[in-house]
Design a binder for this molecule. Structure first.
Ligand code: GLN
Length: 199
């Protein structure tokens, strides 16, 4: 069965995410048709949705200008799976503590933008993630930290004692960029694995 995968493409790593979704789908004997989302109208017919990293101020401005923001809110509320990474996590959050980012409030966390310090602007770390048997090679690029999580949010991974991967029901958020290695287990976890199952 083919799944229709929407990748928000107003900014950020679109083709890398598309490849990771295709690989994760293939692991489950499925095919993914990837739709790049640049304007309103395409989100509702997708089976899953990915919000990539980039620059959260720009992404939130473009989503609201194009009217895609409301469609993403409705999509997340419908219970279909969403993965939001790095700047995507910031945009998906409840509070980014920055007036220039209009958050979607589909993930009950608050975040600190660029929280991982200047000398650590970019780094890779082996991350223990709930549901994965082996550490995930996580690439952090001017990454946000999650500083508060709602009651229904499960912390899946921490780095430096701060949550960097969370699940809020059907919405998974990561501070890091899971599309930048050949490892598609985070996409698998967010989109194809049963919640709570080992991917
Ligand atoms: N620092 C960026 C922001 O605050 C996020 C960086 C990223 O997505 N790699 O929007």
């Amino acid at each position: 069965m083919t799944v229709k995968a929407g990748v928000v493409a107003v900014q950020g790593d679109v083709s890398e995410h598309a490849d990771a979704i295709r690989r994760a789908a293939a692991n489950h004997g499925r095919e993914a048709e990837v739709v790049e989302i640049r304007e309103a109208g395409a989100v509702p017919s997708c089976d899953l949705l990915l919000l990539p990293g980039g620059e959260s101020t720009a992404i939130s401005r473009l989503l609201s200008r194009e009217g895609i923001d409301e469609e993403i809110r409705a999509f997340a509320e419908s219970g279909k799976p969403v993965l939001a990474t790095c700047a995507g996590l910031i945009v998906a959050s409840r509070d980014a503590k920055d007036d220039r980012v209009e958050t979607l409030d589909v993930l009950d966390v608050s975040v600190d933008r660029n929280a991982f310090g200047r000398q650590k602007d970019s780094f890779e770390a082996p991350l223990d993630v709930t549901g994965l048997d082996e550490p995930f090679p996580a690439v952090f690029i001017r990454a946000p930290a999650i500083d508060a999580v709602g009651d229904d949010v499960a912390v899946l991974a921490e780095w430096d004692d701060r949550p960097v991967a969370v699940r809020d029901g059907n919405v998974v958020g990561t501070s890091f960029h899971p599309e930048l290695t050949a490892d598609s287990r985070i996409h698998d976890l967010a989109f194809f694995a049963e919640p709570g199952a080992s991917a």
